[in-house]
Design a protein around this ligand. Structure first.
Ligand SMILES: Nc1ncnc2c1ncn2[C@@H]1O[C@H](COP(=O)(O)OP(=O)(O)O)[C@@H](O)[C@H]1O
Ligand SMILES: [Mg+2]
Length: 224
């Protein structure tokens, strides 16, 4: 079943006289439950595509439908709502709050959603268990290794139960062994039915996904 439907999408930036085609006539479909790597060198349009898929930005030309909903007709508030409900972001830099424990970092988005303490507790504990970090729940980010911090960030995403996990270079700040551990967690989540989109410039990382989509100069040139 199609989750992401991108059709002839283009995104332009103007820099003085010059127009940069950050995305150039890209068509891409991703089904529920896929694990796709988006790969390409720096400047090839990966982050631009991630911003579009993640509803942080809209296309200048073409269409994007997410779960049957047309995205480019939405205003900022509509985009924010879809983003909060459907997308979980994992970044290279973890983006944890330093003064909150692992538990509290995972809990915070659920507080914003207005959930009760009891409801939150179930979800936070389950999410921390899914990344094997329940025993570190009282630790602050500075008391955790890079790989553990990234696992907390993944738990925070899981607690929100998004339709898609969008991970932009999630192993970029980690050594290769720890990076593979993070990939193994993403693979396990995918085996449980989560849709995962992994953005990377690293072929060894991309090869962990079930499908690789390659970009160059804003164009999709290979999909296998
Ligand atoms: N806000 C922006 N303003 C102008 N040019 C941009 C902007 N964002 C990205 N670009 C340009 O668009 C192209 C694609 O960038 P990006 O999507 O960030 O690539 P990647 O993530 O693959 O490194 C690059 O040439 C980049 O310089
Ligand atoms: Mg980028």
């Amino acid at each position: 079943m199609t989750l992401i439907h991108i059709e002839n999408a283009s995104k332009y930036y103007t820099m003085g006289e010059e127009t940069i085609k950050a995305l150039d006539d890209v068509s891409l479909d991703i089904d529920h439950g896929e694990f796709v790597a988006i790969m390409g060198p720096s400047g090839s349009g990966k982050s631009t595509l991630m911003n579009i898929i993640g509803c942080l930005d809209i296309v200048d030309k073409g269409n994007y439908d997410l779960d049957g909903q047309a995205i480019n007709v939405l205003k900022d508030s509509g985009l924010a709502e879809i983003r909060n409900r459907k997308i979980g972001f994992v970044f290279q830099s973890f983006n944890l709050l330093p003064r909150l424990s692992a538990y509290e970092n995972v809990e915070l988005p659920l507080i914003y959603r207005g959930m009760s303490k009891k409801e939150r507790e179930l979800l936070v504990i389950h999410a921390l268990e899914s990344v094997d970090l329940l025993d570190r729940r009282k630790h602050f980010p500075s008391e955790l290794s890079g790989g553990q911090q990234q696992r907390v960030a993944i738990a925070r995403v899981l607690a929100g139960d998004p339709a898609i996990i969008l991970a932009d270079e999630p192993t970029g700040a980690l050594d290769s062994k720890t990076g593979l551990e993070i990939l193994n967690i993403l693979k396990r989540l995918n085996a449980q039915g989560r849709t995962i989109i992994l953005i990377t410039h690293d072929l060894l990382i991309a090869q962990q996904a079930k499908r690789i989509v390659r970009f160059r100069d804003g164009r999709l040139y290979k999909d296998f």
